[in-house]
Design a protein around this ligand. Structure first.
Ligand code: GAR
Length: 356
């Protein structure tokens, strides 16, 4: 292992003390960082901006094999360290041989500790969380870049060589025109994925008929509450069990008029999308088209965004603008918004899955 690219824990601990004396902050993150991609770079830049020096702790090769399987790492710890050190935002790299970062955190005592967005402070490993809390370290969870992941990169490299085609679940409560557009995009090759299932909380809804007419499994989920009410825990569990057993990779909400929450949200980090008929953050919630018209807007549109715990509040991935014409009715405007929705939704799904 070349010393040029690697620091020892002692050296980093000394750096930490120097920074502390100057009232500055050391930021620590850890991971494998095998197959470096732009998602890593953006994540590391964001982490570096939280303090004055960024230290990246990478797992040694033996622990990567244990964590990720016999084919990994693709790049040795030495090579990974060299690439990371070449990034302007990275100040030091250390290698640790254990599966967990607890020892590194304890030795370095960072001011800030960051993790990628598929974690929440509660999903950090208990042992790591206990040490961070004891040391009074600020924990920051940074969002991941959809579609820019190691798994998406490796899937692209694997091409068609036996890799599984990504599987989409569509959730909806209404007519299902977006579901039809997504299913058609998978059929004509614009979207390199399969629709594994369509789920609806409304028995007899158009979206279920669309699925059946296209030969896609259509499932009614009993929401356990009246229209618009919270899904019960039992309904969420049923959905999650079904999605897992079908090997679903991405959930596309298309007119699904229920709010999703954990454990569903954390089971598909960065992989639950929604389409909404407005230029969010304008007009979230119900009757978005009607309200835009009533406000006398000259322009509205549609938004594809990640789903979080709020109502239409997650990170925006793509928008399309639709002009409002004199004499437009809710119906005529909705029809033009639908055209835009049908175009952009499949495009975004392809991007997030890395099959675009
Ligand atoms: C779509 O216009 C979608 O934007 C909207 O429901 C419609 C479903 O149409 N979603 C929301 O309002 C979510 N807040 P569809 O059933 O024909 O696809």
């Amino acid at each position: 292992m070349s010393d040029r690219y690697l620091s020892t824990l002692e050296e980093v601990a000394t750096l930490r003390d120097e920074l502390s004396r100057r009232g500055e902050k050391l930021v620590l993150t850890n991971g494998v960082f095998d197959v470096l991609h732009v998602g890593h770079v953006r994540y590391l830049k964001e982490a570096a901006a939280l303090g004055d020096a960024l230290v990246v702790a990478i797992n040694g090769d033996a622990s990567v094999r244990e964590l990720k399987g016999p084919g990994r790492p693709v790049n040795s710890a030495e090579d990974r360290a060299e690439m990371l050190c070449a990034l302007e935002c990275v100040d030091r790299v250390v290698v640790f041989e254990e599966r967990r970062a607890s020892g590194v955190i304890e030795a370095i005592r960072p001011h800030v500790y960051t993790k990628g967005g598929d974690y929440t402070p509660d999903s950090l490993i208990d042992e790591e969380k206990a040490i961070l809390d004891r040391l009074g370290v600020e924990i920051r969870i940074l969002s991941l870049v959809p579609g820019k992941s190691t798994s998406a990169t490796l899937a692209k490299l694997a091409g068609d060589s036996g890799e599984k085609t990504p599987r989409i679940a569509i959730l909806g409560s209404g007519k299902g025109s977006n579901a039809r557009a997504i299913i058609e995009a998978t059929g004509d090759g614009r979207l390199g994925a399969d629709v594994a299932v369509v789920m609806s909380d409304v028995p007899g809804s158009g979206i279920l008929e669309v699925a059946e007419s296209c030969g896609i499994p259509a499932l009614v989920i009993d929401p356990g509450t009246e229209k618009g009410g919270q899904l019960t825990d039992a309904a969420l569990k049923e959905m999650l069990d079904r999605l897992k057993s079908l090997g679903v990779d991405l959930i596309a909400c298309a007119g699904f008029m229920r709010i999703l929450r954990d454990p569903l949200l954390s089971a598909f980090p960065g992989r639950i999308l929604n389409i909404h008929p407005s230029l969010l953050p304008q007009y979230p919630g119900l009757n978005a088209v009607r309200r835009a018209l009533a406000e006398g807007e000259r322009e509205t549109g549609c938004t594809v965004h990640l789903v979080d715990v709020g109502v239409d509040t997650g990170r925006i991935l793509k928008q399309a603008r639709v002009g409002i014409r004199d004499g437009d009715t809710e119906e005529s405007l909705t029809a033009r918004i639908h055209e835009a929705e049908h175009r952009i939704y499949a495009e975004v799904i392809a991007e997030v899955l890395g099959v675009g």
